[in-house]
Write a protein that binds this ligand. Structure first.
Ligand SMILES: *Cc1c(COP(=O)(O)O)cnc(C)c1O
Length: 466
């Protein structure tokens, strides 16, 4: 959430409201628009309020053309109906809404099975508002486990991860006072290197985060190799470092499209996994999931039991109240698609991603960093001989056609590299993809005529969010 300030200056003069919206009633109807920066003195009619808010929102982008976000922007109408039916349900009232709580439990059980927990009945997990909250919870469990095995006063805990981690891990380290030990990018390696990660570990390392896959370019980090490097470290030094897999996107892609890739609870070192139900889990925002392999991986003292809503349900969460509709929608989607349905949806998204990546490459001006064959996401940069324009120009010009595609620079040690990232999602159909390639192709002759990259303030040019 942006941290907002109050108004710079108060509303100067009242604006008029469209007479229709004011119900075209010169007697009781409204003629002046309500103030924007303080509460109006009295109520206005629901239809006027609706029109005023609705009109203001018209200037938001079209979410289906947003190729910057990983978050679900289309669900079928039945899911919408179900969510509307559940919008009054508070997830925390487990006793009042026992069936919603039961659906949450079933989702956890399905994910434990999907992620190959050796004993799904021993796995524990919960829904969250998204992966960020799930990562906070998983990080807290790692930190608590470390402080129990290493109670030396004054020791400072650290967490090892690639520099390409999503911002939620920087938040975790900042909020919970854990040192972030980051493996930099090197050459053509745009994510964590297993040996470099193991080399950063010591007796105060609470865990290592592996990402499936990286928000920067959609690549899967080598989770099995990471575990092997940590196995070797344990043999040498006795240090037993758990791994958390941040599967915000990939934990709902790899099980269906890459069943032979071993990244999940099949690896004994993997203590916990998170995913965003609202990314490739195919549910509207905001729902996420956090699962631990077993009770040992989630220290009991972090679990709260409240009885004042009735019942005595154990919970692990940052929020108290939270909407139940998204959890219901997650259950609906798991039930509706099944494994074969998820496979088909993710495969068609990957097919689109790979086809668009190939077309972009064939234009000749660009070099692909990834090809959409892991996450259905690809990143590309301008070819070395292209000097008339850069990726920031491409991003800005695509915006003229309604496409939101972020351009951004990479972190150390590849700050020299600027890329564009295209995130393909369910709903970015072959038709839309063809239009995207057409628009990009049409821009190139103009871009090639530029005398050089046009955008100075790179950060402001493109609204990039990991
Ligand atoms: C999106 C993302 C997150 C944050 O997830 P939210 O559900 O948006 O809170 C964390 N890690 C990775 C790898 C991501 O892609």
């Amino acid at each position: 959430m942006a941290l907002h300030k109050g108004p710079e200056k108060p509303d100067e003069r009242p604006l008029s409201v469209n007479p229709f919206y004011g119900e075209a009633n010169p007697v009781g109807g409204m003629t002046e628009a309500p103030p924007k920066h303080r509460m109006p003195d009295g109520p206005i009619s629901p239809s006027t309020a609706y029109q005023v808010v609705h009109d203001e929102l018209m200037l938001d982008g079209n979410s289906r053309l947003n190729l910057a976000t990983f978050v679900t922007t289309w669900m079928e109408p039945q899911a919408g109906v179900l969510m509307a039916e559940c919008r009054d349900k508070n997830m925390i009232d487990k006793d009042e809404y026992p069936r919603t709580a039961e659906l949450e439990r079933r989702c956890v059980a399905m994910l434990a099975d999907l992620w190959n927990a050796p004993d799904p009945s021993a796995a524990v997990g919960c829904s969250t508002t998204g992966s960020s909250e799930a990562c906070m919870l998983a990080g807290m469990a790692l930190k608590r486990r470390w402080s129990k095995r290493n109670p030396k006063p004054g020791a400072r805990p650290n967490l090892v991860m690639g520099i390409n981690v999503q911002v939620c891990w920087e938040k975790f380290c900042n909020f919970w006072e854990v040192e972030a030990r980051l493996v930099p990018m090197e050459g053509e390696r745009y994510h964590l290197d297993p040996q470099a990660a193991a080399d950063l570990c010591d007796e105060n390392t609470i865990g290592v985060v592996g990402i499936l896959g990286s928000t920067f370019d959609g690549s899967y980090e080598p989770i099995a190799d990471l575990c092997a490097a940590l196995d070797a470290l344990q043999e040498r030094s006795g240090l037993d470092i758990p791994v958390h897999v941040d599967g915000a996107s990939g934990a709902m892609v790899a099980p269906f499209l890459d069943p032979d890739l071993v990244w999940d609870f099949r690896l004994p070192r993997v203590a916990s996994i998170n995913t965003s139900g609202h990314k490739y889990g195919l549910v509207y925002p905001g729902v996420g999931w956090a699962l631990w392999r077993d009770k040992e991986a989630l220290p009991e003292e972090l679990v709260f039991r409240v009885n004042y809503l009735g019942g005595d349900m154990p919970t692990f969460a940052l929020n108290f109240s939270r909407p139940g509709a998204q959890v219901v929608a997650q259950y609906y989607t798991l039930l509706r698609l099944g494994r074969e349905g998820y496979r088909a949806v993710q495969q068609s998204t990957r097919d689109v991603a790979m086809a668009v990546a190939e077309k972009v490459e064939s234009l000749g001006d660009f070099r692909l960093l990834t090809r959409g064959d892991q996450l259905p996401v690809f990143a590309f940069t301008t070819a070395p001989e292209v000097t008339a324009y850069d990726v920031f120009d491409v991003s800005r010009r695509l915006r003229e056609n309604g496409w939101l595609v972020p351009a951004y620079t990479f972190p150390p040690n590849r700050e020299d590299l600027s890329v564009i990232r295209v995130v393909c999602r369910n709903g970015f159909s072959e038709d839309l993809a063809a239009l995207f390639v057409e628009d990009l192709t049409r821009l190139l002759p103009e871009l090639r005529k530029q005398s050089g990259p046009a955008i100075r303030d790179k950060g402001a040019a493109t609204g990039f969010h990991h």
